[in-house]
Design a protein around this ligand. Structure first.
Ligand code: PGA
Length: 254
């Protein structure tokens, strides 16, 4: 695979500063040196600085779970790209399904956050994915293509190559019900086809597409064996250093 795998842990709203620092230290120690893949941790905003300290000198990257589209202003509860950058973040998750479902995030707000992340020098990790009712209605492809067309459509092709896309079927998130490698691969191919339409083949070939949704030590190898799956966005299993480390080292088990 020419694309560098990215294994990302999304800690969601888990972890006081002490707990987060300890988990980050445990992950860093267990993961060890990783030359051929990227590893990223996205703790809650309040733990970003202690996690940054815990991973200093290691290859582990720091990500935020969201980023606002404005640089500064009266936006209570929001955090800008510059603020994240100065806290040590290199990445920002955008449009996670929990943001979409629980906090009113739309394809349009995703597009605005994405532009701000790129302007601010962050690598965006843009989440897309269908709900169970959309899948059952046979609308998976339509939904994912729309999320990408609106969310990524305003990005100039030369900048799109930096974007990471995470395909996360909503029905697989936190449910223990993973998409089969074949189901995931089929949608990843759709994602790459849509990006090809937006920005051309070389850009689409460069974009990393992660799978997310109940990724665990016992299913990561089969998922990562699919040609279009370039990494994983991991929720629950990223809260255990041992499980996340096993996921990071996906190829090493047989
Ligand atoms: P999960 O979460 O691994 O707990 O299913 C994935 C995600 O929400 O990114």
């Amino acid at each position: 695979m020419s694309r560098r795998p990215l294994l990302a842990g999304n800690w969601k709203m888990h972890g006081t500063r002490a707990v987060a620092a300890e988990l980050a230290r445990a992950v860093a120690a267990a993961v060890g040196p990783v030359a051929d893949r990227d590893v990223m941790l996205a703790p809650p905003f309040t733990a970003l600085d202690v996690v940054r300290e815990a991973i200093e000198g290691t290859p582990i990257l720091l990500g935020a779970q969201n980023v606002h589209w404005e640089r500064t202003g009266a936006f209570t509860g929001e955090v800008s790209a510059a603020m994240l950058l100065e806290t040590g973040c290199s990445h920002a998750i955008i449009g996670h399904s929990e943001r979409r479902q629980l906090f009113g995030e739309t394809d349009e707000t995703v597009a605005r956050r994405l532009a701000a992340a790129l302007d601010g020098g962050l690598v965006p990790v843009v989440c897309v994915g269908e709900t169970l009712s959309e899948r059952d209605a046979g609308r998976t492809e339509v939904v994912v293509r729309r999320q990408l067309a609106v969310g990524l459509g305003g990005v100039p092709p030369d900048r799109l190559a930096r974007v990471v896309v995470a395909y996360e079927p909503v029905w697989a998130i936190g449910t223990g019900r993973t998409a089969t490698p074949e189901q995931a691969a089929a949608v990843h191919a759709v994602v790459r086809a849509e990006i090809t339409g937006l920005a051309g083949t070389p850009v689409a070939e460069a974009v990393r597409i992660l799978y997310g949704g109940s990724v665990k030590p016992d299913n990561v190898d089969a998922l990562m064996a699919q040609p279009d799956i370039d990494g994983a966005l991991v929720g629950g299993a990223s809260l255990t250093a041992e499980d996340f480390t096993r996921i990071v080292h996906f190829e090493e088990a047989s």
